[in-house]
Each structure stands twice: as structure tokens, then as C-alpha cells.
Design a protein around this ligand. Structure first.
Ligand SMILES: [Zn+2]
Length: 343
């Protein structure tokens, strides 16, 4: 055996042993196995030189190399076992599980209070045979104003002045009443609808006003519809929503699109009707209503000689405020979970 190959094997033996002993994990050991014993590994490279040796030397060097191969394999196996044993011993520190740990509970979301109140209103009116009608939020002036008896110079336009959209006669609807016109234009009586949705006004924001809020309006058109039908409907609605013990008060009011017009209030749930900070002398206004003005029926394509009808409109936000005793409208839109979680 020549000094060259024997020397190389000896050096490899020392360095391989050292590297295997200092490997700290399974991956490093696997890497060493490949770089030492693999097809292009260090030992294989030395073995390739054997072919150039005289026959006598070749056998001795081959035996030596094979022995080193077995040794390296054994060292790797031993080191692997050692590391595994160490991992087992350390398991209690590295992979412990705290069986007493209580994770944060997963909170289920729920519907927004305005959605809850809308669903309740829909349910109440569906029991009375109403269907839900929807319309565009960008309206033309005819459907939003003129068809509802609010001409250009009508004082109601001042308070209801709105957000206009590019073209001069398009605006964000100021109430859901245009849905009534659209529905009358496309349907024949009997009509029994509620029209819920977002409306927009150029109001400064305060606890009871916002530039966007929600309304729900109702319209009934049929033969021989009377004010007493409206009154009964309001009573049924208010008692269903606020509870059977609430008293209902109906007073005269004025709207351009109804004649006569009325306003409805329920007795205050906080003071029981005695009068408190939340109410006006024991009463809370919930909606405006009236018999549909004959001209409005005509604008909707309905003959007021044959048919009559009533309409009502309420602020959905306001209904929610009254039902849930919320004092600031803005809370509904701020999406603060501390507020929303209560419902
Ligand atoms: Zn009160």
C-alpha cells in the first residue's frame, strides 16, 4: 500500500469522525453520509485511485477503505442514536403541552342591530300580507319630489335638499317614497308593500341625524281603504315591535303626499309614559303616515275615484334606537364591537 492512499484514508478517518461527532441534528448527519459515502463522496473519490496501484497494494488499500466505510457508517448510526436519545430526554422542555391552558373563546358574530330591526319589521308586515319592494338609491327629481307633490318651489325641498349626482336631475334619494311611485306605476291594485332602504340628506351629523340613514315605508292601495285601516295597522305594528303594553297615540300632522296626514307615537318604555329625558312628555314618535293624496295616486297611474290607499314611513335607525334604548344614532355606524356585542 502506498503512503499516499493510506495517508488520505487516515486523514479522512480523523476528519470524518470529528465532523460526525459534532453534528447536532439528523439533517446534518444525513448530509455527512452523502458527502462521505455517497457516489461523489470523499471515500469514493479515494477508492477511485485504487485502480492505479500495484495489485498487492490494491488489496490492502481496498480492505482498509472498506473498513473505514463500515466505521463511518457505524459512527453515523451511533451519533444518530445519541441525538435521538438526547431529544427524548429534552422532550419535556422542548415539546411540553400545558394541559391547563384555556384558549380565548371563539366568538360567533351576529347580525347588526339595524339588520335585526329590519328583519323584525319585515316579519311583522309579512304576517299582514305585505311584500318587500326595493328601488334605486340614485333617483330622478320626478320620483323623489314631483310625483310626491313636492314641486320645485315647495318648502319641503329646502329641508330635504340632497346630494345631487352629476346630471342635474339625479340625486341620492331623500326618502324611500319614490319606491311607492315606481311600484304603483308597475303594478295594479291591490298593493301592499313595505319599502326599506338607505336614504340620504344633507343634514349635519348629530346624535339623532346623519347624512345617511334607513327608512322603511309602507303603501296600501285597494278599494275602500280608510284611515281606520291605517290606524289598525299602526297599532298592530307598534305593539308587535315594542310590546303589547305600549299605548299608541295618533295626532294630526302634515306631509305633501298624504291627506289627511297623521303622526304616531308610542308610550315611552323607560318612564312608562310619565315623561323623562328620553321622551317628549311620555311619548316617542315612531312614524308619519296618512291617506295617499289623490294626485300621488294619479302620478302612480292609479285612478283615485276607484281606489284609495294609505302610506306610512318610519326611520329604521329611530325604531332601533327606541327599541334598544340607544341614545346616539352614530353608534349604529361606528362598528365598535363593544357596542355591537350587546345585541
Ligand atoms: Zn319617557
Amino acid at each position: 500500500m502506498t503512503q499516499g492512499v493510506a495517508g488520505e484514508l487516515e486523514r479522512l478517518r480523523a476528519s470524518a469522525r470529528e465532523r460526525i461527532e459534532s453534528a447536532t441534528d439528523q439533517k446534518a448527519l444525513e448530509g455527512l453520509r452523502v458527502s462521505l459515502l455517497g457516489k461523489k463522496g470523499e471515500l469514493t473519490t479515494i477508492l477511485r485511485q485504487l485502480g492505479g496501484l500495484p495489485a498487492a497494494d490494491r488489496a490492502a488499500a481496498g480492505a482498509e477503505a472498506n473498513q473505514l466505510k463500515d466505521e463511518i457508517f457505524q459512527w453515523i448510526t451511533d451519533r444518530m442514536g445519541g441525538l435521538e436519545a438526547k431529544r427524548h430526554t429534552a422532550l419535556g422542555d422542548t415539546e411540553w403541552v400545558d394541559l391547563t391552558f384555556v384558549p380565548n373563546p371563539v366568538r360567533r358574530g351576529h347580525l347588526h342591530p339595524l339588520t335585526l330591526i329590519l328583519r323584525e319589521v319585515k316579519a311583522i308586515f309579512s304576517r299582514l300580507g305585505y311584500e318587500v319592494a326595493l328601488g334605486p338609491q340614485v333617483e330622478d327629481e320626478f320620483h323623489n319630489f314631483e310625483a310626491l307633490n313636492i314641486p320645485q318651489d315647495h318648502p319641503a325641498r329646502d329641508t330635504m335638499d340632497s346630494f345631487y349626482v352629476e346630471a342635474d336631475d339625479l340625486l341620492l334619494r331623500t326618502h324611500t317614497s319614490p319606491v311607492q311611485i315606481r311600484f304603483m306605476q308597475s303594478h295594479k291594485p291591490p298593493i301592499r308593500i313595505i319599502a326599506p332602504g338607505a336614504v340620504y340628506r344633507r343634514d349635519a351629523t348629530d346624535p339623532s341625524h346623519g347624512s345617511q340613514f334607513y327608512q322603511v315605508e309602507g303603501l296600501v292601495v285597494d278599494h275602500d281603504i280608510r284611515l281606520s285601516d291605517l290606524k289598525g295597522t299602526i297599532e298592530y305594528f307598534a305593539r308587535s315591535l315594542f310590546g303589547p303594553e305600549r299605548r299608541i297615540r295618533i295626532v294630526g300632522d302634515h306631509f305633501p303626499f298624504t291627506e289627511p296626514s297623521i303622526g304616531a307615537a308610542v308610550s315611552c318604555g323607560i318612564c312608562g309614559g310619565i315623561g323623562c329625558r328620553s321622551c317628549k312628555g311620555g311619548w316617542l314618535e315612531i312614524l308619519g303616515a296618512g291617506m295617499v293624496h289623490p294626485q300621488v295616486l294619479r302620478n302612480g297611474g292609479i285612478d283615485p275615484e276607484r281606489y284609495s290607499g294609505f302610506a306610512f314611513g318610519a326611520g329604521l335607525d329611530r325604531l332601533a334606537m327606541l327599541k334598544y334604548n340607544v341614545t346616539d344614532l352614530r353608534l349604529f355606524l361606528e362598528n365598535d364591537v363593544r357596542f355591537l356585542r350587546q345585541f
